[in-house]
Each structure stands twice: as structure tokens, then as C-alpha cells.
Design a protein around this ligand. Sequence first.
Ligand code: NI
Ligand code: MN
Length: 225
Amino acid sequence: MKLTYYGHSCVGVDTAGHDVLFDPFVLGNPLAGAVDIARIPATEILITHGHGDHMADAEAIAKRTNATLVSNYEIAGWFEKKGIAKTVGLNLGGAVNVGPLRVKYVTALHSSQMPDGTYGGNPGGFVVQSEEGAFHHAGDTALTLDMQLLKTFKLRFACLPIGDHFTMGVDDAIIAAQYMGVTKVVGLHYNTFPPIVIDTEKAKAAFSAAGLELLLPTIGTTIEI
Ligand code: NI
Ligand code: MN
């Protein structure tokens, strides 16, 4: 698998010949100036919740790529009204097959409201299973015991928020990784705005001391994972 980090919580995972794009938010990200949204590939766009910093560029990318947009029922319906051709609206605990992928919408402890004030359903995270294995994107969430349930997927890696203030911080993300049984974590939702600026070297050291690896790819770069 290959993972490209587009900043904040936006990551693309290349697996089983598909380009799965999570939480597109690039144009409004002050740190992502080098990323050209016209070149971001997507066969599926997965949106964890209705906040602008997780979906602001979804409409443009979905219309350009004709990707299938997967989110909760309320968010999928909101995008359908915007003219997105292919949408799938899940609810917590539900999974769906999209091409060679199985996509499950799992618990997140957060909030969800669309930028226009529309109700955004329950926030969630995703587990994606492909022939190459399974991985998790947590969206925005607090630490929750439900994360222990994800152990059964034998995740290759998890993408977890580490910026604190609006989500888990580093210490809770370490416990989350332990609950999920993953050793490889891609850090999300840090440094974009002043309240979520963190010391990244300290964060890496804390993960390392717990026997875990924290990956913080530079925005716009692709890693093998
Ligand atoms: Ni949020
Ligand atoms: Mn957020």
C-alpha cells in the first residue's frame, strides 16, 4: 500500500488498484499550499464527519474524479443534493462493498454539523479492508474503549488525530493504538491551526517509548506502508 499525506486529516491510500481519499481539506489549509487539488486521485472519497476541515474540497474532487462518496447517511444525502452522482450513506456499525474494498463506519466520539448548519449525523471513523490488509482512519475522535473492537481487523496501520484540543492528543492516541493492536500510526489533525500545534519530536519520542511508530509524512509526500 501507498499513503499520500495531503495535510490535516486528508490522506490518500493506494490499495488494490483503488485510490481511497479521506477527509479532503486542502484549499483552506494554510500548510497545504504545495498540494494541487486538481491532481489528487480518488476512486472513493470517505468523509468521517460534517466539519469543514474534513470535507471542504470533497465536492470539487468528487465531480472531477466521479469517485464514490461514502459517509454517514446524512452527509451522503447532503452531497447527493449537490449533484454528486455516486454516494453511499452508512450508519455506525454498517459496512459496504465498494469494488474490491470493504468499508465499515465505526465509532468516533466527536460532533458533526455541515458548514451550512445542516445536521451532519453521527461522526465516525472508517475501517477499510482490501486484499492487501485492513487499515483505519479515525476522523476526529476522543479516546474510547470501542477502539478495542478494532483489534479483530488485524490493522496494518491506523491514522489517528494527535493534535489535542478538538480530538485526542498524543497520550490518548498511544492508548488508542494499543487498544487497536497497531504498532504503526499516521498522525493527523495537528499543527494546522494554533490550538492544535504540537511538538512533533516529543510526539514521536512518546510513541517510540511505548514501542510504537508515529509516522508524520511531509504534506504532499507518499510513503510505502
Ligand atoms: Ni471535527
Ligand atoms: Mn477536525
